[in-house]
Design a protein around this ligand. Structure first.
Ligand code: NAD
Ligand code: TYD
Length: 348
C-alpha cells in the first residue's frame, strides 16, 4: 500500500510521516512537499533513510506533475496537509493562500479522481483542515461538526473553500473522502512565526514578546503528536464522507499562555522568577482577530475512542526544552527570509 502525504516536511506533516513510517513498515509513504519557507527536511532527518520512505519535491498546484506522480506510484490513499498555514501571512498576501490552499487542493482532488475513477474500492482521500473555518466564539460554547462555516481571515476562508471542494468531490463524483478540523497545534518543529515558538525564541534572545490587542484571545492547544495519532486513527477507521473535530480540551488566553511560557523558560534558563515576563509588550491587534476557538471533540471520542494525552504544563515544558536543545534547527529557520518577515510583521 502506497500512501501520499502532502506537506510532510512541515510542522504537523513531519510528525505524521514519522508516525506512519514507524507504525506501518508495510506501507510505502511518499512525502510530497514544495519546501516553502515552512517546509524543512531537517524535521525528518531521523527517518529519511528508512526503506519505506520517499521524498518528492513538487507542488500540489502542478497538474501535469501530479498526474505523473499518481501514475508512477498508484496511491491507495492521500493524506493532504500541504498548505499556507499562517493567518498573519494571509492578511499580508491572500493570493498565495488561494493558489495553494484552494487551487492546490482542487488539483489534488482532480488527480485522485482521474486515477481512481474506475475503481474507488479501498481508496481514501483525507483532507486535514482547521477549526478556524467555524469563525469566532464568544466566552462560551464549542465548535461541533455541524457548526455553520463562518471563516473570517483569508487563511480560514481558503481552508473553508478547500473543505467545500473536498465534500463536493465526494457528493458529485463519489470520491471516498474523510475530513478533520483541528484546533491550534504546538510542539517540536513548529515554525517560529506561530505564537508558542515565536515567544520561546524571543524569550531566549531577550527580545520583546509581542502580544496582540488585549491578550485575552483564546485558543485550544493540542500537542502535535496527539493530532498525528488522531489523523492515523481517522485515516484508518473514520467513516467515508464524515468530518471529525479534533481538539486539545486545553483552552488558554494568550496572555496566560505567554506568562506560563515565561515562567517555564526562566526555570530552564536559570533566570530569576519573573525576569522574562518583563519582555511582554502589547502591540497593535491583528485585523479581524478571532476572539475564541474551542472544540467539542466528543464525536471522535465516542466513535473512534480518541482523546488527547499530553496536558498543558507538561506540553509547554517539553516544547520549550525541545527548542533549547535544537538551537541549530532554530538558527537555520530564523535566518534569511524569517528576518525580513519579522521586520515587516512587527515593524511598528
Ligand atoms: P506548515 O506551514 O508547517 O507546513 C505546510 C507544509 O506544506 C510545508 O512543508 C510547505 O513546504 C508545504 N507546502 C506549501 N505549499 C505547497 C505546495 N504548493 N505544494 C506542496 N507542498 C506545499 O503547516 P502545519 O502547521 O504543519 O499545518 C499542516 C496542515 O494542518 C495545514 O493544512 C493546516 O491548515 C492544518 N492545520 C494546522 C493547524 C496548526 O495549528 N498548525 C491546526 C489545524 C489544522
Ligand atoms: P497563531 O499561533 O498565529 O495561531 P492562529 O492565529 O492560527 O490561532 O496565534 C495564536 C494566537 O496568538 C492568536 O490569538 C494570535 C496571537 N498572537 C500574538 O498575540 N502575538 C503574536 O506574535 C502571534 C504570532 C500570535
Amino acid at each position: 500500500m502506497t500512501i501520499l502525504i502532502t506537506g510532510g516536511a512541515g510542522f504537523i506533516g513531519s510528525h505524521l510521516v514519522r508516525r506512519m513510517l514507524h507504525r506501518y513498515p508495510q506501507y510505502h509513504i511518499v512525502n510530497l512537499d514544495l519546501l516553502t519557507y515552512a517546509g524543512n527536511l531537517e524535521n525528518l532527518r531521523d527517518v529519511e533513510n528508512l526503506p519505506n520512505y520517499t521524498f518528492v519535491k513538487g507542488s500540489i498546484e502542478d497538474e501535469a506533475f501530479l498526474d505523473q506522480l499518481f501514475q508512477q506510484y498508484d496511491f491507495q490513499g492521500v493524506i493532504h496537509l500541504a498548505a499556507e498555514s499562517h493567518v498573519d501571512r494571509s492578511i499580508a498576501d491572500p493570493m498565495a493562500f488561494i493558489y495553494t490552499n484552494v487551487l492546490g487542493t482542487v488539483r489534488l482532488l482532480h488527480a485522485a479522481r482521474q486515477h481512481w475513477k474506475d475503481n474507488m474500492d479501498g481508496k481514501r482521500f483525507y483532507h486535514v483542515s482547521t477549526d478556524e473555518v467555524y469563525g469566532s466564539l464568544g466566552e462560551t460554547g464549542f465548535f461541533t461538526e455541524t457548526t455553520p462555516y463562518d471563516p473570517r481571515s483569508p487563511y480560514s476562508a481558503s481552508k473553508a473553500a478547500s473543505d467545500h471542494f473536498v465534500r463536493a468531490f465526494h457528493h458529485t463524483y463519489g470520491l471516498p473522502v474523510v475530513l478533520s478540523n483541528c484546533s491550534n497545534n504546538y510542539g517540536p518543529c513548529q515554525f517560529p512565526e506561530k505564537l508558542i515558538p515565536l515567544m520561546i525564541n524571543n524569550i531566549q534572545h531577550n527580545k520583546p514578546l509581542p502580544v496582540y490587542g488585549d491578550g485575552r484571545y483564546t485558543r485550544d492547544w493540542l500537542w502535535v503528536e496527539d493530532h498525528a495519532e488522531a489523523i492515523d486513527l481517522i485515516y484508518h477507521q473514520g467513516r467515508i464522507g464524515e468530518t471529525y473535530n479534533i481538539g486539545g480540551n486545553n483552552e488558554w488566553k494568550n496572555i496566560d499562555l505567554v506568562h506560563a511560557l515565561c515562567d517555564v523558560m526562566d526555570e530552564l534558563l536559570g533566570r530569576a522568577a519573573g525576569t522574562s515576563r518583563q519582555l511582554i509588550h502589547f502591540v497593535t491587534d491583528r485585523p479581524g482577530h478571532d476572539r475564541r476557538y474551542a472544540i467539542d471533540a466528543s464525536k471522535l471520542k465516542n466513535d473512534l475512542g480518541w482523546a488527547p494525552t499530553v496536558y498543558a504544563e507538561d506540553g509547554l515544558r517539553r516544547t520549550a526544552q525541545w527548542y533549547l536543545d535544537n538551537a541549530e534547527w532554530l538558527r537555520h529557520v530564523t535566518s534569511g527570509e524569517y528576518l525580513q518577515y519579522y521586520e515587516r510583521q512587527y515593524a511598528s
